[in-house]
Write a protein that binds this ligand. Structure first.
Ligand SMILES: Cc1cc2nc3c(=O)[nH]c(=O)nc-3n(C[C@H](O)[C@H](O)[C@H](O)COP(=O)(O)O)c2cc1C
Ligand code: SF4
Length: 503
């Protein structure tokens, strides 16, 4: 670990009076809604949905527990807009999901006493396959081409007229460096990182049709979200997924939806317009996008400013700013595993740990939110901007708001470590906050698609579970981890937590 980030920075928590006077705990407009505070829990996938993408009791418990901390806004995890199998990720691609989601919104409303606005993040993603066994790739998946034949014949002239089956076996036997000269770059990528569809694969009819198909899919999903009782939706235009790929500088589509900046923003605007038209004027419609893709030749802050301004002009209710999290620079997965977009430099910027560098993760990405907000204000737009990335203290959050970096402060991992941290601050009991140590134990679980938990909860393995109706403490499959953070009683005498030096 970098010496400068070995310890968490010490911080001063506000008194109850200071919290009452803080911008952080003041109300704010979010499109047609008014939030109680400017505190925000951004989307986090906990891997608790059923295999069919339905809400489970564990999903209720997860979000009810966050709601008990009374954030101004809570965003439900990335939820798939299509009705296709996608493992234990929540889905909203059919009307049959509405009753389960309605129970979820009721559970959250009950847990927060109606004081938390609840959004759901709507996501579309393209097909991705696990990294194949080389034998399977060469014997079954690879289409043998004249280029392969010609390149192999340069290595061994007797292969010029050989059967495809012979060529497949020869390629299977080649060294990695030889293969790099025989396979096309995309084929090599499919072999070493697993097959992955791109939005630029316009030779595939369903990829060519994305601009036509996505607006109604997002619109129908948003309509269901409103029926289910959500206060709004966050359109997922960030990280490694379809909509972010359209916004990206890497988008070279030639059908009017790629290339020039305004063409890249076009689908994002059309999706927003389709959604806006499908829901009532009381319903919040915002988006999450990338301030910087952090990959070679990818989008930078100038692109993000353009897209944010275009969306603001179209009437978007908020822009939430994230960073990185791309497939392009992700680590090669092991054979049999799927590539995970948070393992390369861009992924490390998305969920920065204390190891990242001397600056550490704390408020690391706020400059991007600030640049976008400044540009919006200069253009006369009041669109709220949400900032995130290593926000773990009152000082950092309040400073971000006071200096105009953002209008809402989003905190994912600190809220995971301690969902009550917002309340503790508001009540002048910040000394009791269980402080996130930013070493990404939770993110490693996400990577393996295992139930996400926080390592700090297990220090109080037997403390009551405040979402449990029968007193049982929900545990992971192996029984060794808590699935829900320990209870915290706001009426109890204050308890002091161990100081940062002992973390
Ligand atoms: C376990 C986990 C799951 C996440 N899932 C999502 C997601 O579904 N959608 C999203 O936009 N961001 C997701 N994120 C990213 C967070 O919302 C947030 O942007 C990131 O963790 C940086 O903020 P932080 O430093 O406050 O944690 C996830 C993060 C974690 C740790
Ligand atoms: S597991 Fe680690 S990084 Fe994740 S929330 Fe807990 S303390 Fe923070």
């Amino acid at each position: 670990m970098h010496p400068a980030t070995r310890h968490l920075p010490t911080t001063t928590w506000p008194t109850r009076e200071q919290a009452a006077a803080a911008i952080l705990f003041s109300s704010a407009s979010l499109g047609p809604a008014t939030t109680r505070t400017r505190t925000w829990v951004p989307a986090m996938v906990p891997w608790r949905a059923s295999e069919t993408g339905d809400v489970t009791p564990a999903v209720h418990a997860w979000y009810a527990r966050f709601a008990q901390g009374l954030p101004g806004v809570l965003v439900v995890e990335a939820t798939g807009i299509r009705d296709v199998p996608s493992g234990p990720l929540l889905r909203i691609g059919d009307d049959r999901y509405v009753p389960g989601l309605r129970e979820l919104t009721s559970a959250v409303r009950e847990a927060s006493g109606g004081r938390t606005k609840l959004l759901v993040q709507l996501i579309d993603f393209l097909a991705i396959k696990r990294r194949p066994e080389p034998a399977t790739f060469f014997r079954r998946h690879l289409a043998v081409t004249q280029e392969h034949r010609a390149r192999l014949a340069e290595l061994d002239p007797t292969l010029a007229g050989a059967d495809d089956a012979v060529l497949r076996e020869r390629m299977l036997a080649l060294s990695a460096s030889r293969l790099a000269s025989v396979l096309a770059p995309r084929e090599l990528d499919d072999l070493t990182r697993g097959y992955r569809e791109r939005i630029t694969d316009t030779h595939l009819p369903h990829i060519a049709a994305l601009p036509r198909e996505l607006p109604p899919l997002f619109a129908a999903a948003a309509r269901r979200a409103e029926q289910a009782g959500f206060d709004g939706v966050e359109l997922h235009y960030a990280h490694a997924y379809t909509m972010a790929s359209f916004l990206s500088r890497l988008n070279t589509r030639t059908d009017g939806y790629g290339g020039a900046l305004e063409h890249r923003a076009r689908l994002a605007i059309e999706v927003f317009q389709g959604v806006r038209a499908a829901v009532s004027s009381r319903f919040v419609v915002g988006c999450r996008l990338l301030g910087d893709e952090v990959i070679d030749d990818g989008s930078r802050i100038d692109d993000a400013i353009h897209h944010s301004l275009a969306l603001a002009r179209a009437g978007i209710d908020f822009v939430s700013v994230s960073k990185g999290g791309k497939f392009e620079d992700a680590k090669e997965p092991k054979v049999g595993e799927a590539i995970y977009p948070y393992t390369g430099p861009s992924g490390h910027e998305c969920m920065p740990t204390r190891k990242i560098d001397a600056r550490g993760p704390f408020g690391r990405n706020l400059h991007l939110a600030r640049a976008i907000r400044d540009a919006l204000r200069a253009a006369g737009r009041v669109t709220p901007v949400v900032g995130a990335g290593g926000i773990n203290s009152f000082e950092l959050a309040e400073d971000a708001l006071r200096t105009g970096a953002c209008d809402f402060v989003a905190s994912a991992r600190q809220s995971l470590a301690d969902p009550d941290w917002w309340r503790k601050m508001e009540l002048g009991r910040g000394a009791e906050v269980r402080r996130c140590v930013f070493t990404n134990y939770c993110e490693a679980l996400d990577q393996r698609h295992e139930q996400v938990t926080c390592q700090l909860w297990d220090r109080e393995l037997d403390a009551p579970d405040p979402t449990s109706r029968d007193g049982a403490i929900a545990r992971s499959h192996d029984g060794r981890r808590r699935l829900v953070p320990p209870a915290w009683d706001a009426d109890e005498e204050p308890r002091r937590r161990p100081g940062p030096a002992s973390l």
